[in-house]
Design a protein around this ligand. Structure first.
Ligand code: AMP
Length: 400
C-alpha cells in the first residue's frame, strides 16, 4: 500500500484454508505474477492441484493428506512447471492470516512465538486460524526465507472504541476478547490506497466508503487512510447480506430456532453461514445467475432487493459517521463486475450528491476507474482489489 520504492525478488504468498491452499509467486514492485496455484480437498480421499505459470495451467489429481503434503505438492509443481523456486530469488513468504486478534495491527515476521500466538487466537476463528498455522508450519519447514504474517483484521484494530465495542457486560467482553474486529482488511486498505492514487489526492482528508462485495462482503468507512467503521464484527458473519451468509440478524434467532425447530447452536450457525444470504433466499449465490433469473423469478428479485437494501442502509450510516463523503468505492467479484448492483446501490441519491454515469458504469474493465458523472459531488469508483500483491508488498517491506 505504501508508495515507497519497492525493490527485490518475488514473494511467495500463501493463503491456507481448512481444506485448500492458494498461492501466488508475485513480484512486489510491479505486481507481475510469475505463477499461481490452488491445492484443493486437502485431507479428503482425492485432492487436486492446479498450477499456472507462463500462461499454462497444469492439474494433477491425487490425495493430499495435510498442509505438509500440500507444500510438497506446491514445491513439486514449481519444480516441474517452473519457475524454479530455488533459483527465483524468493525474498519472503507472505501468509494471509484471517484473525490477528486485538493486538496484531501490522504485519509481523513469524518466529515460534508468533506462530503460537496465531494458534492461540484460534477460538476467535476456529475454521481459519488453525489452517493458517498448519500452512505456516509446513512452509517454514520447507522454505528457509523470512515468513511474514499479514492479518485480515489488522486494518481495523484501530477502530474507535465506540465502533468496536459491543454493548454487553464489559468484563465478559474483556475476558473473551469480544469486540468488532472486521475482516477483508488487506483488501480495504489496498483499495483505499489505490482510490487515493486514482483520485490524485493524499489519503489525509479523504473520506471513503468502500464496498468489498465478493462472495463474502463487507463495507468500511475510511478517513485519513484509517478505518473508522466496518460492517463485519466478532466474526465475518455480521453486516452485509453475502453469497451464503445472512449478515446482520437478531441474535435471538438462536433460542428461537432451538424452540421452534429443534435446531442446535451448531445447526443454526451452519445455516447462517452456509445456507443463507442470497443463496438462502434464491437458491443461487453467483450474482451472474441471480441477475439472469431476476426478471422471471420473484425469489431472485427479492434476494437482490434485500442485498441492495442492506448496502444502502450502510452507505447512509457511514456517510453520516464520516460527516462528509468524497468517494464511494466498489471492489471484489460483485463490486468490480456487476453494473446492476452498483446502479441499484446508488440509484436516486442525487439529492445526496451521488450521480452515477450509466455509460461509465456499464463497460467491463480490469482497470481502476471513475463511474460517476463529472458534476457528481461524490466520486464513485471501481477499484479492483489485489490482496496477494498487497500481502507481497507488506512482506517485502518488512524484510527490507
Ligand atoms: P470474490 O469472492 O471476490 O471472488 O467474488 C465472487 C462473486 O463475484 C460471486 O458471487 C460471483 O458471482 C461474482 N461475480 C463474478 N463475476 C461476476 C459478473 N460478471 N457479474 C456479476 N457477479 C460476478
Amino acid at each position: 500500500m505504501s508508495r515507497q520504492p519497492l525493490v527485490g525478488g518475488p514473494v511467495l504468498v500463501i493463503n491456507s484454508g481448512s481444506s485448500s491452499l492458494k498461492y501466488q509467486l508475485v513480484v512486489p514492485v510491479d505486481g507481475e505474477v510469475l505463477a499461481s496455484g490452488l491445492i484443493e480437498r486437502i485431507g479428503e480421499v482425492s485432492g487436486r492441484a492446479t498450477h499456472t505459470s507462463s500462461g499454462r495451467s497444469h492439474t494433477i489429481e491425487s490425495a493430499v493428506v495435510d498442509h505438509g503434503a500440500a507444500l510438497r505438492v506446491l514445491h513439486d509443481q514449481f519444480a516441474e512447471h517452473g519457475p524454479d523456486l530455488d533459483q527465483a530469488g524468493v525474498v519472503a513468504v507472505g501468509h494471509r492470516v484471517v484473525h490477528g486478534g486485538p493486538d496484531f495491527s501490522t504485519p509481523v515476521i513469524i518466529d515460534d512465538a508468533v506462530e503460537s500466538e496465531i494458534d492461540a487466537l484460534s477460538p476467535l476463528a476456529p475454521l481459519h486460524n488453525p489452517a493458517a498455522v498448519a500452512g505456516i508450519r509446513a512452509a517454514r519447514a520447507r522454505f528457509g526465507v523470512p515468513h511474514v504474517a499479514v492479518f485480515d483484521t489488522a486494518f481495523f484494530t484501530g477502530l474507535p472504541s465506540e465502533a468496536k465495542t459491543y454493548a454487553i457486560p464489559a468484563e465478559l467482553a474483556v475476558r473473551h476478547k469480544i469486540r468488532r474486529y472486521g475482516f477483508h482488511g488487506t483488501s480495504h486498505a489496498y483499495v483505499a490506497g489505490r482510490a487515493a492514487e486514482v483520485l490524485e489526492r493524499p489519503a489525509v482528508g479523504l473520506n471513503l466508503v468502500i464496498f468489498h462485495l465478493g462472495n463474502g462482503a463487507s463495507v468500511s468507512a475510511v478517513t485519513d487512510g484509517r478505518a473508522i467503521e466496518t460492517s463485519m464484527g466478532l466474526t465475518p458473519l455480521q453486516g452485509l447480506v453475502m453469497g451464503t451468509r445472512s449478515g446482520d440478524i437478531d441474535p435471538s434467532i438462536y433460542p428461537f430456532l432451538r424452540d421452534a425447530a429443534a435446531m442446535s447452536i451448531a445447526d443454526t450457525d451452519t445455516m447462517l453461514n452456509h445456507r443463507s444470504g442470497v443463496k438462502g433466499l434464491s437458491g443461487v449465490n453467483d450474482f451472474r445467475l441471480l441477475e439472469d433469473r431476476m426478471t422471471e423469478d420473484p425469489a431472485a428479485r427479492l434476494a437482490f432487493d434485500v442485498y441492495i437494501h442492506r448496502l444502502r442502509h450502510y452507505l447512509g450510516a457511514y456517510a453520516f459517521l464520516l460527516g462528509r463523503l468524497d468517494a464511494v468505492v466498489f471492489t471484489a467479484g460483485v463490486g468490480e463486475n456487476s453494473p446492476m448492483v452498483r446502479a441499484a446501490a446508488l440509484a436516486e441519491l442525487t439529492e445526496f450528491g451521488i450521480r452515477l454515469d450509466p455509460d461509465r458504469n456499464a463497460p467491463r474493465s480490469k482497470d481502476p476507474r471513475i463511474i460517476s458523472t463529472d458534476d457528481s459531488g461524490v466520486t464513485v469508483l471501481v477499484v479492483p482489489t489485489n490482496e496477494e500483491l498487497s500481502i507481497a508488498r507488506q512482506a517485502q517491506q518488512l524484510v527490507g
